[in-house]
Design a protein around this ligand. Structure first.
Ligand code: ATP
Length: 259
């Protein structure tokens, strides 16, 4: 897409991962969407969707092409503003806020291939993410990243402009791990990746989920969300099902199934 659609704001405002550090021992509701609707011009893309993500939970949003997953994440990060309904982040209503204000409250959205600087090396990106997030333990976090992603370590001196799509995605996630946003949105991390690379990416997602981060991940294939605490299915802009994959195994049992 070359131009911003009706109601959207420039994406540069949501540089991933570089926002306030988390680990503040919170609890309760992390992110709540109440009756969220969204439009592109006259066309309605979300129809009164409601979801609740508790603090530190890993929640999946699953749905086929055009179901409204990206729109939902873009509304949450305030990149898509043509929307109505309730949107609460860590207890505060954020619907009227700008993307950079939401980022300051600890929300970060990782975009496909986004947030990577052509001229900075892999290691520079990680050190920058750690420094901007004020992490003291930056070198141990970066060491852990090397452990999780040997492929990134092999390319630690490579400049962002020379990384493949999969490597960029891994670097984006690694930056999120190091900088620890309070709430991270990942829009279809598997998109465009080989199965084996996607497996590595989801190992990192699960590692992030264990670190107390409030995580919302969209995917078309529910298989990738089998470790999620909760999964909402979207169809034609509506929430049509809610399951608990991790506790009930294999795609989870239906919690609700609105008609
Ligand atoms: P995918 O898995 O293909 O990314 P999705 O579940 O993320 O799909 P969205 O991209 O949110 O779905 O699209 C929801 C609806 O909004 C679809 O009908 C789509 O055609 C429409 N839509 C999305 N982006 C735009 C846009 N920029 N302008 C107009 N309509 C749009």
């Amino acid at each position: 897409m070359s131009q911003f659609a009706d109601g959207e704001t420039p994406e540069e405002l949501s540089f991933p991962a570089l926002c306030h550090s988390t680990n503040d021992g919170g609890e309760g509701e992390g992110l709540v969407l109440r009756n969220l609707s969204a439009w592109y011009g006259q066309a309605q893309a979300l129809w009164g969707a409601s979801i609740t993500v508790d603090y530190g939970q890993f929640v999946g949003i699953v749905g086929r092409n055009g179901a409204g997953k990206s729109t939902m994440l873009r509304v949450i990060s305030r990149l898509h503003t043509r929307a109505e309904g309730g949107l609460v982040l860590f207890g505060d209503e954020i619907m009227a806020l700008r993307p950079e204000e939401v980022a300051r409250r600890g929300l970060s959205m990782m975009r496909e291939g986004g947030g990577i600087f052509e001229a900075l090396s892999v290691e520079d990106h990680l050190m920058l993410a750690a420094r901007l997030a004020g992490q003291r333990q930056q070198s141990s976090d970066v060491d852990e990243v090397w452990e999780w992603f040997p492929m990134l370590q092999e390319r630690r001196d490579a400049k962002g402009g020379f990384l493949s799509g999969g490597q960029r995605k891994m670097l984006g996630l690694a930056m999120a791990f190091v900088s620890r946003p309070r709430c991270l949105l990942l829009d279809e991390p598997s998109a465009g990746l080989a199965e084996s690379v996607t497996e590595s990416v989801f190992l990192m997602v699960e590692r992030l989920a264990q670190s107390n981060m409030t995580l919302v991940v969209s995917e078309q294939d529910p298989r990738w969300l089998s470790e999620a605490d909760k999964m909402y299915e979207l169809d034609l802009g509506r929430v049509v099902n809610e399951t608990t994959p991790r506790t009930s195994g294999h795609g989870g049992e239906a919690v609700t199934s609105p008609s």
